[in-house]
Design a protein around this ligand. Structure first.
Ligand code: AQP
Length: 327
């Protein structure tokens, strides 16, 4: 069975971009693979965090994994900082990574732009991500389009290490959907939807109320025409709404374009509100119950034990090969 690893950072309220681009697929993958899904809390610290908020958001992401249908018997669900092997392998891989290749990472350029104090962690975090994946010998990594470049770095580091020290790491493949891998911001459909975008009108979060969802979708930026057509280049706003509609409803974009032919943007938006609200309502209810039940901590503890057992094997092998184990 193929092994997959992926994760979400608890850097804010999870968006429908994170859900449609990654988490929804985790649930499908648990049927056919051996999955490891982490809450990437060490990654969160690439930008400053409020500790108490971070703790709550970490539990929120864990509860969301369970609320959308991840089954802890099938999926190993754990918090990254509970498995110290991630940080240790990240250091060793940093010593294999080149300054120049990290400087080319688009996410680093975007996230550091205009900031005065940029942490070294933001610069090196793609190497921590490589460690996350390589520790578990993952065959594949389900991610959104924005992570593709980081996956390429992971592959490069694995190949570099294997070449020098012999077969050690599996070289993982990215698993990126052809459709929906990049949900765009509602306020600016030329940029991706993001948890940490400054305006709340950029995103719909998995915990938004029906009123918030309505208000955000009705205000979503479209264009001056009034023709419902899928054309991401010339009509990014409407195309993004059609993509979201299709992924939530299961109807194809072609079917939607046909159904809404001749109708205004307002009609499409109102209908989309209903679709999103009704899809999120049961997830939100399960999430609320899970957060109240206290079951999440036990599941994370068991997940961390399982994850550590796997991670420790790879790290031991790496350390032996690098001359770090004395006997
Ligand atoms: N807009 C998006 N469309 C599709 N997929 C997306 N992902 C993120 N944004 C979109 C995918 O969600 C997974 C988890 O992402 P992450 O939490 O690791 O961090 P990120 O990619 O940096 O996501 P955000 O929402 O933009 O978070 P912040 O604001 O904290 O940086 C990944 O698989 C990602 O590809």
């Amino acid at each position: 069975m193929k092994r997959v690893l992926s994760g979400v950072q608890p850097t804010g309220d999870v968006t429908i971009g994170n859900y449609l681009g990654a988490i929804k697929r985790f649930v499908e993958l648990q049927e056919t693979t051996e999955p490891f899904f982490m809450i990437a809390n060490l990654h969160s610290w690439t930008v400053s965090q409020e500790p108490a908020v971070l703790r709550e958001k970490t539990l929120d992401v864990a509860a969301l994994y369970l609320a959308v249908g991840l089954d802890p018997k099938r999926s190993t669900i754990f918090v990254q900082s509970d498995v110290p092997e991630h940080s240790e392998l990240a250091w060793l891989l940093q010593c294999m990574a080149y300054f120049g290749e990290l400087g080319r990472m688009v996410q680093f350029k975007e996230k550091s732009e205009g900031k005065q104090n940029v942490s070294v962690g933001l610069y090196t975090y793609p190497v921590l991500q490589a460690a996350d994946i390589l520790l578990y010998q993952a065959d594949a990594v389900p991610v959104g389009e924005d992570q593709k470049q980081h996956l390429e770095l992971t592959r490069d580091l694995a190949e570099r290490f294997n070449k020098r020290f012999g077969d050690t790491f599996k070289v993982p493949e990215p698993l990126i959907s052809e459709f929906g891998a990049r949900i765009m911001g509602l306020d600016d459909p030329t940029k991706k939807m993001s948890k940490s975008a400054p305006s709340p009108y950029n995103r719909i979060t998995m915990s938004d109320t029906p009123d918030e969802i309505r208000s955000k979708i009705m205000k979503a930026v479209t264009d001056a025409e009034n023709e419902i057509r899928y054309d991401p280049e010339n009509k990014p706003g409407i195309s993004n709404l059609l993509t979201i509609y299709s992924l939530f409803s299961g109807e194809s974009v072609e079917q939607l374009v046909e159904r809404f032919r001749g109708q205004g943007y307002g009609t499409l938006k109102k209908s989309l509100v209903e679709v999103v609200v009704s899809h999120l309502a049961p997830i939100q209810e399960r999430h609320r119950q899970l957060r109240q039940s206290g079951a999440v901590l036990d599941i994370l503890k068991q997940g961390a034990e399982r994850a550590r057992a796997e991670a420790a094997k790879t790290l031991q092998d790496v350390k032996e090969k690098m001359g770090l184990v004395l006997r």
